[in-house]
Design a protein around this ligand. Structure first.
Ligand code: G3H
Ligand code: 13P
Ligand code: ZN
Length: 308
């Protein structure tokens, strides 16, 4: 069933687990993620960025998910990831998405509230839920010093005011993660102290962690071994994500790990079997690796297996 995230987030907070939100761009991703979720009997969030929508186009994305729902009886959310403006959010609400994110993190506090509230008012009038973001995710290339990076983390008091004034349904926070394959130069570090303060102030608001790929070393090595060039790629260790799931994070966003799984698989087939030119031969291997990755996260890290 295509559902909003309301019930699954409620259960995640009561039973202390997180739901995986996986970015999709094409059929192989949709099949791998939904097959994994069905085998794990897990709720799942499929999300598309604005650029994924530009690439794959909404009718295709929606129909592929509908096809998956014909095969599998699990709760699935179709979510807009990082909606950049009201128009994009509205387009998704009007096209059957059950959840949208408005990402106003680049605006100042008051403007973020004003723009988020506009999206909330429209989405709620159509029965769609809204994720908002407060705080800025660092990039490892930003090379910030401690005081600058402190300023990027989500302020707990502001988070409370933000949720009260916008009426958003869930909140993405910045506690040290970042997007992409290069998250930490040295040791991985998440500010669980900030998460704890936020949960104490807004215990009933589902919290979202972006930039939460592990950057699975097996696939990084596979990419590098077979002609790729990703030196020093590093993400958030599984143990930290598991801890986040126990400490009140309800939604964990994963894109990079799935890209690595697909790319590692394709590079391996291309290098080991240069005679292959049937796309099913390499896309199929990538699809299998994505499915393995999603199952591992659900079962061993997020704790959402058998929570459908
Ligand atoms: O958080 C961003 C996601 O990884 C989506 O990336 O805009 O390249 O599709 P994308
Ligand atoms: P990763 O780049 O760590 O996979 O993060 C994805 C994400 O946050 C999508 O919104
Ligand atoms: Zn993100």
């Amino acid at each position: 069933m295509l559902v909003t995230s309301t019930e699954m987030f409620k259960k995640s907070m009561e039973e202390k687990f997180a739901i995986g939100a996986f970015n999709i761009n094409n059929m192989e991703f949709v099949q791998a993620i939904l097959d994994a979720a069905a085998e794990e009997n897990s709720p799942v969030i499929l999300q598309t960025s604005a650029s994924a929508i530009k690439y794959a186009r909404i009718p295709y994305l929606r129909k592929m998910i509908e096809a998956g729902l014909e095969e599998h009886d699990i709760p699935v959310v179709l979510h807009l990831d990082h909606g950049p403006d009201f128009e994009t959010c509205k387009m998704c609400v009007d096209n059957g998405y059950t959840s949208v994110m408005f990402d106003g993190s680049k605006y100042d506090f008051e403007e973020n509230i004003r723009l988020t509230k506009e999206v909330v008012d429209y989405a709620h009038s159509k029965g769609v839920v809204v994720e908002a973001e407060l705080g800025k995710l660092a990039g490892v290339e930003d090379d910030v010093n401690v005081s600058d990076s402190d300023a990027m983390y989500t302020d707990p008091e502001q988070a409370k005011e933000f949720v009260e004034r916008t009426g958003c349904d869930s909140l993405a926070i910045a506690i040290g993660t970042s997007h992409g394959a290069y998250k930490f130069k040295g040791e991985a570090k998440l500010r669980f102290d900030i998460l704890e303060k936020i949960k104490a102030l807004i215990p009933n608001t589902p919290i979202v962690l972006h930039g939460a790929s592990t950057v699975i070393q097996e696939y990084v090595e596979m990419c590098n071994k077979y002609g790729g060039n990703m030196p020093g790629a590093k993400g958030v260790p599984d143990e930290m994500l598991h801890e986040a799931s126990l400490r009140g994070v309800s939604k964990i966003n994963v894109d990079t790990d799935l890209r690595l799984a697909m790319t590692g698989g394709i590079r391996k087939v291309f290098t080991e079997n240069p005679e292959v030119f049937d796309p099913r031969k390499y896309m199929g291997v990538g699809r299998d690796y994505i499915k393995d990755t999603v199952k591992h996260k659900m079962k061993d890290v997020f704790g959402c297996s058998n929570k459908a």
